[in-house]
Design a protein around this ligand. Structure first.
Ligand code: TZP
Ligand code: MG
Length: 219
């Protein structure tokens, strides 16, 4: 797999792959653990688990099982939103949104070894993110997404190009990214593409879709 970026800040050797899959139970109909299993089989090296609906207890238990699968294969597991679950499980990191714990607070809790990602949706948020103790910036939705509830307005590729001029942090593009449009996203400056429906949307095609995305990311 091509390595998009290697960042040594905060003492963590962080290798961001070109394709960054995110789990979603309602889309795939599979537990996080089963999605992670399929993604690991497909060759994913970094996976985010994201759940906006499960109770903290249910998400914790599924995350614990998913982490066991990931650890077995040396795959990095990032948990969306839940600094407490990352802390409790000693997972690899957290992906924060604009309304989650501020990155300095998450960094204080998780320490320098943790990977912290931050979602941004416009140029102003990127300007703020640049100053934060984070390991990567996510930007989007680049294209229309049907996965996120109440998404921010789509940014398009032109805004992504602008973001690329503003930061040297690893840059993850997200939102409506498919194997077809991914090459344009990389051409606009993304280091990685994060995807939910493009990979886990069809539970029987997770491996195939991940491979298609990888092939497209290599072009
Ligand atoms: N943040 C911005 S768009 C999005 C998130 C979590 C959803 C991405 O899902 P999909 O299915 O890849 O468009
Ligand atoms: Mg969040």
């Amino acid at each position: 797999m091509r390595i998009a970026h290697c960042d040594q800040s905060f003492g963590v050797m962080f290798i961001l792959p070109r394709v960054y899959p995110i789990t979603y139970v309602e889309r795939s109909g599979l537990s996080h653990k089963d999605q992670v299993k399929r993604l690991v089989d497909a060759g994913a090296t970094l996976i985010q688990i994201r759940d906006k609906h499960a109770s903290p207890g249910d998400f914790y238990r599924d995350a614990e099982a998913a982490l066991r699968v990931a650890r077995d294969q040396n795959v990095i597991l990032i948990i969306n939103d839940r600094v407490d679950i990352v802390l409790a499980l000693k997972a690899d990191g957290v992906h924060l949104g604009q309304t989650d714990l501020p990155p300095p607070a998450a960094r204080r809790l998780l320490g320098d070894e943790a990977i912290i990602g931050l979602s941004t949706h416009n140029i102003e948020q990127v300007q703020v993110a640049r100053q934060q103790p984070i390991n990567y910036i996510a930007f989007g939705p680049i294209f229309r997404t049907q996965t996120k509830e109440a998404p921010d307005p789509t940014t398009g590729l032109r805004a992504l190009k602008t973001v690329r001029t503003l930061t040297n942090l690893p840059l993850v593009a997200i939102g409506g990214i498919t194997a077809e449009n991914a090459p344009g996203v990389f051409a606009a400056g993304a280091d990685a593409v994060a995807t939910i429906s493009g990979v886990v949307g069809d539970p029987d095609r997770i491996v195939e879709n991940f491979h298609r995305m990888l092939t497209s990311a290599a072009n």
